[in-house]
Ligand binder design. Structure first.
Ligand code: EPZ
Length: 430
C-alpha cells in the first residue's frame, strides 16, 4: 500500500536538480550492447524503468556494473541469449529497444510483445515495418516478436506516424546494416538525438537526428564509449508546472532550456514569469494561472508527457481552457480522479474542456499512469488539508526521489506504507 501522503497549501519555493532523461537512457542502454567493448553511461536516472531494463540486459548475459547511483559500466561481449522474457517487457515497454539492438548486432532477437502505460493503444507496427524494410523476417508467435535476418541492408523507410520508439529502434537495427538507411518523418525528440549522438560516439554514422529525415550509413563495428545522458525535460517541466499550480517560485537546474521551449511558452501564456540561464529555468507564479488552449504534438510541439501536468494546472485557472491530446487515444484517465477534488473538466473524445475552479479540495487518489500520477501529486500540493496518492509505483517508474525533491521545495509530502505511518505523518505535520 505504498502511497504519498500530502498536506497541501504550501507554494513550492527553491531550486531542484533535474536528473538524466529516462526516455533517452532507455535507448542509450539498449544501444550500449551493440559492441563487445566496455561502455560507461552516466547521469542515468535511478528509476524503475531503467533498473528493469538493466535487469533484462543481465538476463541475456550482459555484465552490468553500477559504479555509482547514476553510472553504469556495460559489457555485452558475453551475451548468451537473444530472448527477452515477458517478465521484463510486461513491466516496461522500452524493453523492445533490445529487439532493435540484438537484431542489429546478431541478426536475431526474440522479445515478448510490449505493454506500457495504459494511455491508449501502444502499437508496434512501425517498428516491425522498419525491421522488415531492412530485410528481417518478423513474426509473432506465442506472444513473442521474433525478428531474424540473414543480412540487414539499408532501406528508405517512411514513418506513417511520428514515433519515438520506432525511430530509435530503426536507428539501432540499421547502425550495423550494409549501406544507407533513410528514416522519413522521423521523431525529433531530444531523446532521439541523444541516442543518435551516443551511437555516433561508438563509431556509428548517423546524420540528421533532430530533423524529420535521419540518414544512417551502416558501419562494420561499434566501439566502447563514455557518455552522459541529457537532462530530463519532462521531469523539469513537471516541477515547472508545480511552481505554476502552487503559485510558487522554482528554479529547475541542470536543464537544457531549449528542450523546454514549448513548456516555457505555455507557462508565460498562463501568466508566469520565466528567467532562463544556460542550464537553469526559473518559474515565478505570483497569481492565479490564466486559461489557455493547448494541443499535444510531437517535438518541438507541446509534449504529450506534459499534458496531465498542464491540465491539472488549468483546472485552477481563470476561465475555460481546452486541451487536445493528439498523440494517444486514452490519456485523460486522471480526470475522474481529479473530479474527486472538485475540478470541473469535461472530456469529449481526445479533448478536455477545463472550467477553472477557485480551489481543489483534498482527497484520496490513485495514480492511473506515470505522468498522470505526478500531475495528481501537484494537484494535492495545492489543496488545503491531507490527501493521498496511491499506486505510486507508476510515478517511481519515471521520477527519482519525487517526494524528496518536492520536500526540498517546501512541500509536506512523505511516502507511507501503512495506515499507522499515515497517522504519524498527520500528527507530525499537524
Ligand atoms: C515514447 O513512447 C515515450 N516512452 C512516451 O513516454 C511518450 O509519451 C511517447 O514516446 C511520445 O513522446 C519512451 O520513450 C519509453 P510513440 P512510444 O511511438 O515510443 C503510435 C513516459 O511518460 N504508434 O512516439 O511508445 C502510438 O500509438 C512515456 O515517459 C503506432 O501507431 O511512443 C502513438 O499514438 C509515456 N505504431 C504515437 O504513435 C507504432 O509502431 C506515438 O507513439 C508505434 C507508435
Amino acid at each position: 500500500m505504498e502511497q504519498y501522503a500530502i498536506k497541501g497549501g504550501n507554494p513550492l519555493v527553491g531550486e531542484v536538480e533535474i536528473g538524466g532523461a529516462k526516455n533517452a537512457a532507455l535507448g542509450v542502454l539498449a544501444a550500449a550492447i551493440m559492441t563487445d567493448d566496455m561502455n560507461i553511461v552516466d547521469n542515468l536516472p535511478d528509476v524503475r524503468d531503467i533498473n528493469v531494463l538493466l535487469q533484462a540486459m543481465e538476463s541475456i548475459g550482459v555484465v552490468v556494473q553500477r559504479t555509482d547511483r547514476h553510472t553504469v559500466k556495460i559489457n555485452a561481449s558475453m551475451i548468451s541469449g537473444l530472448v527477452i522474457e515477458n517478465e521484463y517487457i510486461k513491466k516496461i515497454r522500452a524493453s523492445y529497444y533490445l529487439l532493435g539492438a540484438l537484431l542489429g548486432k546478431y541478426k536475431h532477437a526474440e522479445v515478448a510483445l510490449p505493454g506500457g502505460c495504459n494511455i491508449g493503444s501502444r502499437k508496434i507496427d512501425l517498428h516491425i515495418k522498419g525491421f522488415k524494410a531492412l530485410g528481417a523476417t518478423v513474426k509473432i508467435e506465442h506472444g513473442l516478436i521474433i525478428a531474424d535476418a540473414k543480412e540487414l541492408k539499408g532501406a528508405h523507410i517512411y514513418m506513417d506516424t511520428v514515433s519515438v520508439g520506432a525511430t530509435i529502434n530503426i536507428m539501432l537495427a540499421s547502425a550495423l546494416a550494409e549501406g544507407k538507411t533513410v528514416i522519413e518523418n522521423a521523431a525529433k525528440e531530444p531523446h532521439v538525438v541523444d541516442v543518435a549522438n551516443f551511437l555516433n560516439s561508438m563509431g556509428a554514422n548517423i546524420k540528421g537526428a533532430g530533423t524529420d529525415v535521419i540518414r544512417i550509413t551502416g558501419v562494420k563495428r561499434l566501439n566502447g564509449s563514455e557518455y552522459s545522458i541529457i537532462p530530463d525535460q519532462i521531469e523539469a517541466g513537471t516541477f515547472m508546472f508545480g511552481a505554476a499550480i502552487t503559485r510558487g517560485d522554482v528554479t529547475v537546474k541542470n536543464v537544457i532550456p531549449k528542450h523546454l521551449e514549448s513548456t516555457t511558452a505555455k507557462l508565460i501564456e498562463m501568466g508566469c514569469q520565466i528567467e532562463e540561464s544556460d542550464d537553469a529555468v526559473r518559474v515565478v507564479a505570483s497569481r492565479r494561472p490564466e486559461c489557455t488552449h493547448v494541443k499535444t504534438l510531437p517535438y518541438p510541439g507541446f509534449p504529450t508527457d506534459m499534458q496531465p501536468q498542464i491540465s491539472v494546472t488549468l483546472a485552477l485557472a481563470n476561465g475555460t481552457s481546452i486541451v487536445t491530446e493528439s498523440i494517444f487515444d486514452n490519456r485523460f484517465k486522471y480526470v475522474d480522479e481529479l473530479a474527486k477534488m472538485g475540478s470541473n473538466i469535461k472530456v469529449e473524445g481526445n479533448t478536455a474542456i477545463i472550467e477553472g475552479v477557485d480551489k481543489l479540495t483534498s482527497a484520496d487518489l490513485t495514480a492511473p499512469d506515470l505522468r498522470a500520477g505526478a500531475a495528481l501529486v501537484l494537484a494535492c500540493l495545492t489543496a488545503e488539508g491531507f490527501s493521498t496518492v496511491d499506486d505510486i509505483k507508476y510515478i517511481e517508474r519515471g521520477y527519482e526521489d519525487f517526494d524528496v525533491k518536492l520536500r526540498g521545495l517546501g512541500a509536506h509530502i512523505e511516502k507511507v506504507e501503512s495506515e499507522r505511518e499515515l497517522m504519524k505523518f498527520k500528527l507530525k505535520i499537524g
